[in-house]
Design a binder for this molecule. Sequence first.
Ligand SMILES: Cc1cc2nc3c(=O)[nH]c(=O)nc-3n(C[C@H](O)[C@H](O)[C@H](O)COP(=O)(O)OP(=O)(O)OC[C@H]3O[C@@H](n4cnc5c(N)ncnc54)[C@H](O)[C@@H]3O)c2cc1C
Length: 327
Amino acid sequence: MDMESQNTERTLSEALGDSLRHWEPMARHTTLKVGGPARWFWAASNVETLAQVLGLCTKHEIPYLFIGHGSNLLMSDAGYDGLVIQNRCKGCIVGEETQAESGVSFGSLFLQTARAGFGGLEWAIGIPGTVGGALVSNAGAYRGNIGPLVKSVRVFADGRDQTVEPEWMEFSYRDSRLRRSATGNTVLLSCVLQLTERGDPEEIVARAKLYQAQRRAKQPLAPSAGSFFKNVINKPLAESLPNLTPGMKASGVIPAGFLSEACGLKSLRVGGAEVSEKHANFLVNAGGATASDLRTLACRVREGVQERFGVTLEEEVLYVGDWTGWS
Ligand SMILES: Cc1cc2nc3c(=O)[nH]c(=O)nc-3n(C[C@H](O)[C@H](O)[C@H](O)COP(=O)(O)OP(=O)(O)OC[C@H]3O[C@@H](n4cnc5c(N)ncnc54)[C@H](O)[C@@H]3O)c2cc1C
């Protein structure tokens, strides 16, 4: 171990004791079930301790990667040569202004708010991951998105703990400023969501179940990271596609899966990675896939769609870890 790693080892061991793990396989912590080891790994369950550890990492220049449930990332086979911090901070106080720590699971947030008679998050049922992960990618489904519900966010940014307005997040379609500084040093600690819709808990859950049923009918069960590419917004192309629905033609939104399927890419395989037969925008681990298999498959899909339709698909999934040599 070089001198720098020895110092990091000492600093982290002193601060975290037995809760610090070494060479933790990241395949255990991602929904795609791939990814090499994290040199150091720690699960944070208390926001105040987390903020202190982040301060320590900043002070000692220890590289860290913050993750939720690993449902929107592709960790490299080489893993991460630094500290991976997994978010298990799950405090939540439900009300018209719901305060949620960023490690609350999105599904649990929906259930807790629905049971208290607050609507507005029905679309969130079935989206895996944490509230923090949802904020990073402005997660959404069925025309609902998390961004418009956010009232304030507590972040660890620029080396300090601060509370910011939603505008600071720069939310747009499956995007926020945190994606643009992917694997950067900003961590979302908690947020306040404004929930104004009141209703009968049973009716709220029943509405959500309709979305859940649609999801189950369309999505594969094999390990995935959800939709791999973002939908394409291109009105001229949308209008030129004969099989696209009138609504999609009018809005100019083309599902990435539509383009992939039209290129005949369903069931395309690279090693253990496969374009799902059920949904052409889901790249699944069909058994024994490596992260490289999945990334190679993603490149093939991007190339196929580029060649046939002249558009460049943009990943919704984030590449993390060491991807040196890949483009
Ligand atoms: C079957 C399936 C279906 C899905 N369906 C949808 C869908 O309908 N709509 C949708 O939007 N998404 C969907 N997804 C994608 C994914 O579930 C969401 O993007 C989710 O919000 C990611 O949360 P996470 O905690 O797993 O984030 P992770 O995958 O752990 O992290 C994603 C990125 O965010 C960063 N990050 C995570 N938490 C924080 C934090 N607190 N502070 C700073 N950075 C952080 C990580 O470093 C990483 O760069 C689906 C995924 C799967 C597997």
